[in-house]
Design a protein around this ligand. Structure first.
Ligand code: UDX
Ligand code: UDX
Length: 443
């Protein structure tokens, strides 16, 4: 049983803290957001993450996890201090480290016993050295030993608890192998392969992994666009590719592309680091551009189907969160698509099972509805943006009859083109044969 402190009780920090508590450790989570801490003290997780609330409640009851806004309280007996504050993006794409630096200063201020500081947040290559420097410069008693370890997270929102408990690998970087091995012991119950390397290499593994996954998706999206020009079905192409064990089936889902708090920020940050260190990241830049164009291409297709203008058309949006099983709206494709539609004079109605509150805070002029059928009512077109399970078995006959025009844009290829056309929809997917209408063509 170890004493662990986690700074930042967000999507990453809270999952990390709750799961370490569930493994038998004593965990203090500290956050500047008082409302969030108050809610967590009552066992209420203030964001949508399947299974997390149950783990938090179980460990609150067992007296293994505690929440506070006080660094002094959180760090008092900590042997390990995890930094999991967000690293938002600066105007040029660089990662904003102000929160990480603030956390490092607070750690230094309260340092009165040996600790291992662990960078869980995604931080630019070289940040581990900066954190160590900040602590050294600000610590009250310079004779206290401390070590810094980079331990990047690979948690997908919506499956973060599962991903924490079933990691493909534990990546650890440090100037001290011993400190890295001590952090590795925290993960021992999970029996995953452990990589111990230096700080910069560990930080690069995180960026390179996210950038590769984003590249894989932009690759299949480029193939999807070529499939529409040449009459092939990208879903079958992805299936055929994925059976090659060197390629694998994951992250070959063509659609309106990637969003969220990680891929967009991390790919841009890596391109920024490259460009500011004398490299020309043309592949990463193409990956970003292909991703942006997927949204624009969908709006272009919709405009042509509506006679060349979106003015005063009523467009229904199914799904707002950047992916299913989360309420996270950070860089959600729905935001960009809705802004483009509104810019061209369309009226937008929308529904999402979990992200409505967050969406209302960032979208103006959208009519938020209680269910998909209300969104379909009187719509000139419907766009499936987030592939929530509840959209997969809708009464599509009823949907079509509620619409003014039966145009269905399937942004995540969850519907069968043949079935939709048989029901009378004008169906367009992404990469589903000529013009995305399905391999046998048709309206
Ligand atoms: C995660 C990763 O940590 C980050 O590397 C990645 O870039 C984005 O995803 P995440 O957990 O999603 O960050 O961020 P968020 O949900 O915003 O949580 C960050 C928490 O840190 C917030 O609760 C915020 O209140 C808290 N915080 C931020 C502090 O406690 N102190 C600060 O100084 C700043
Ligand atoms: C990602 C990484 O998977 C995770 O390892 C890292 O720690 C944080 O960033 P996350 O952003 O939560 O996790 O979601 P993920 O499931 O990876 O999806 C990222 C984006 O790619 C989403 O917008 C999703 O819609 C999109 N995506 C995913 C596709 O467009 N096609 C796919 O086949 C898979």
């Amino acid at each position: 049983m170890k004493e662990i402190a986690v700074i930042g009780a967000g999507y990453v920090g809270l999952v990390t803290g709750a799961c370490f508590a569930d493994l038998g450790n004593r965990v203090w989570c500290v956050d500047v957001n008082e409302a969030k801490i108050e809610s967590l003290k009552m066992g209420k997780v203030p964001f949508f993450e399947p299974g997390l609330e149950e783990i938090v409640r179980r460990n609150l009851k067992a007296g293994r996890i505690f929440f506070t806004t006080s660094y002094a309280e959180a760090l008092k007996n900590a042997e390990f201090i995890f930094i999991a504050v967000n690293t938002p993006e600066g105007s040029e794409g660089e990662a904003d480290l102000s929160y990480v630096e603030a956390a490092a200063k607070e750690i230094a201020k309260h340092l009165d016993h040996p600790v291992i500081v662990v960078n869980k947040s995604t931080v630019p290559i070289g940040t581990g050295d900066i954190v160590a420097e900040i602590i050294r410069e600000n610590m009250a008693n310079p004779s206290i030993p401390f070590w810094v370890v980079s331990n990047p997270e690979f948690l997908r929102e919506g499956s973060a608890v599962h991903d924490f408990m079933n990691p493909d690998r534990i990546v650890l970087g440090s100037t001290s192998r011993e400190a890295a091995e001590k952090v590795a012991e925290l993960y021992a119950p999970l029996q995953a392969p452990v990589i111990i390397t230096d700080l910069r290499t560990a930080e690069m593994i995180k960026y390179a992994s996210n950038a590769f996954l984003a590249t894989k998706i932009s690759f299949i999206n480029e193939i999807a666009n070529i499939c529409e020009a040449l009459g092939a079905d990208v879903k079958v192409v992805a299936w055929g590719m994925g059976l090659d064990h060197r390629i694998g089936p994951e992250f070959l889902g063509a659609g309106i592309g990637w969003g969220g708090s990680c891929f967009p920020k991390d790919v841009r940050a890596l391109a920024y680091m490259a460009a500011t260190h004398g490299c020309h990241p043309q592949l990463l830049r193409s990956v970003i551009e292909i991703n942006q164009d997927q949204r624009r291409r969908l709006v272009h297709k919709l405009r042509s189907l509506l006679g060349g203008s979106l003015r005063n058309k009523v467009i229904g949006i199914l799904g707002l969160a950047f992916k299913p099983n989360t309420d996270d709206m950070r860089e959600a494709p729905s935001v960009e698509i809705i802004h483009m539609l509104q810019h061209e004079g369309a009226k937008v109605k929308a529904y999402d099972p979990a992200a409505m509150e967050n969406a209302k805070a960032i979208l103006n002029g959208v009519e938020f509805k209680e269910d998909p059928y209300q969104v379909a009512e009187g719509a000139d077109a419907l766009i499936l943006v987030t592939e929530w399970n509840e959209f997969k078995q809708l009464d599509m006959e009823r949907i079509k009859n509620l619409m003014r025009k039966p145009i269905l844009m399937d942004g995540r290829n969850i519907y069968d083109p043949e079935k939709m056309r048989a029901l009378g929809f004008i169906y367009r997917g992404i990469g589903r044969g000529f013009d995305g209408a399905g391999t046998s063509g048709g309206s």
